[in-house]
Write a protein that binds this ligand. Sequence first.
Ligand code: NAI
Ligand code: DG6
Length: 465
Amino acid sequence: MHEKVRINSADVKYTEKHIESRYCYHTASVRRDGDTFTVTPSSTEFIFRTERKVPRLGVMLVGWGGNNGTTVTAAVLANKLGLTWKTKTGLKKANYYGSLLESSTVCLGSSPDGEVYAPFRDLLPMVHPNDIVFDGWDISSLDLGRAMERAQVLDWSLQEKLWPHMSQLKPRPSVYIPEFIAANQEHRADNLIRGSKAEQVAQIRRDICDFREKSGVDKVLVLWTANTERFCDVIPGVNDTAENLLNSIQRGVFIGGDDFKSGQTKLKSVLVDFLVSTGIKPTSIVSYNHLGNNDGLNLSALQQFRSKEISKSNVVDDIVQSNPVLYRPREKPDHCVVIKYVPYVGDSKRAMDEYTSEIMMGGTNTMALHNTCEDSLLASPIILDLVILTELCQRITFCTQDDPVFQGFHSVLSLLSFLCKAPLVPQGAPVVNAFFRQRACIENVMRACLGLPPQNHMQLEHKMT
Ligand code: NAI
Ligand code: DG6
């Protein structure tokens, strides 16, 4: 095994199986007395272990025949095959732009020539997207070649090159419960698993085993990229734990999924973070979208729109709550989310945002943004980051001096918050939507696995005379 980033430190050792690091986690507890804060720093010694062997990863997508499912599969194939294709603006080459892990970098430190940046993916041993084997389910029976054509996302000359490969891939039949997605999706539903809920779950399990066996992958991850469903609460005792969910399925209850933070919401988590952290007070945020893909059609139904509205709206809450200088308890900016279905624009989503803020001495600052972008080309790299990061997290264990038994991350993997519009966190844990805090969390956890301190950007060495 050959890691591209190797740590030269007594705190880090490379065994045959693991990278093992000793790491000192610094935090602080605070006592508040009126307007006085007493802060007590503390530290905990951790040992992190990261398995070095990267498994062969299989990913099963729910909604494989949709815009995201076909686009991510096609993008991985095109990268694997090193495809280039001609468009009216010139020759294009397959890439993974938009993937945090594949296309962004982290600063490792400095050399005589200045700061040294490495690709995020090289920090720890992780799956390369080109090596992922895809499979999945869809209620629509179209093979992936025809589904890619239906999606109208990729350039036609690229689709032609991919066609021989994509048309061999066929989604497995899936579970369709009409009241969860919009009625306008019914005409797609021609590829279904019949029977009771328990029988349907048994078939899904057989599918996973079948895929694993036939593809020879070591590990299978399942990711939801099917239509937005109507909102479904997490109800204690019903769908809050795997055991309760399985019991509930015997009784006939279902559970909802996640949402990718790809465009407008991602920018919101940057912009509001920027405004509030510079001491400016956003008072009104109005976000319009129109789009013409099947996602837009599904969202034109009220219950499905409501789900999306919820996942898009909570994204500023933690940022607002973090600044009691600007906001009174429970005070929030007005926040309005509008989505309209306009078939002509297809997957090329338009997002228009107006942010109004109070500035100094009664002044007002209004910013208006317009963004046009192929939606699924933003979502697909996020799908890759989600599965690669999740897989990596399964290979990381840690212990402390007080609790020397190695454990893995909590099954509610809040590290994925960066990639989700509505992050899930373990009960009682703070939800973080602020973009830079989320990104720093992933980077610093990976640095901890390498015994490196959190990125602090202090650059004290350049601040001395
Ligand atoms: P899409 O409508 O093109 O694809 C969804 C696919 O799921 C369809 O092929 C549909 O037949 C299938 N499906 C529906 N119910 C199913 C079930 N029970 N089992 C299996 N398959 C099922 O939508 P798209 O654009 O691919 O988006 C997928 C999801 O990701 C949606 O929830 C969307 O809101 C979300 N999202 C999409 C983004 C994008 O850029 N396209 C960005 C962020 C989130
Ligand atoms: C319109 O809002 C359709 C949605 O599916 C979004 O395009 C998608 O959720 C991405 O949302 P955002 O806010 O991250 O751009």
